[in-house]
Write a protein that binds this ligand. Structure first.
Ligand SMILES: [Zn+2]
Length: 86
């Protein structure tokens, strides 16, 4: 019986260790996602402040630009160089 108790405790400890490791792995991308969602970017077309991570965004020269509306995004995509100062 003593051996059985030991095995149960061991399994319990292993489960706790695995769970805490899994939480650490899951927590890291979660925090970075929250950070990028909090970030505010400027709409290059109308100069309005918009939340980063919005669905209305476009990537140009490896930089992601956020837009307040679909029409601003369309304008930017048509002529990106018009809205970006070099
Ligand atoms: Zn806009």
């Amino acid at each position: 019986m003593k051996k059985l108790n030991f095995i149960i405790i061991l399994i319990g400890l292993i489960t706790i260790v695995i769970k805490s490791n899994a939480n650490n792995i899951i927590d890291q991308p979660k925090t970075s996602l929250i950070d990028s969602a909090k970030k505010v970017v400027t709409d290059p077309v109308c100069k309005m402040k918009v939340k980063a991570g919005t669905s209305k965004n476009a990537v140009y020269n490896k930089i992601t630009y956020g837009f307040c509306s679909e029409s601003c995004k369309q304008k930017f995509v048509a002529e990106p160089s018009k809205y970006i100062k070099k």
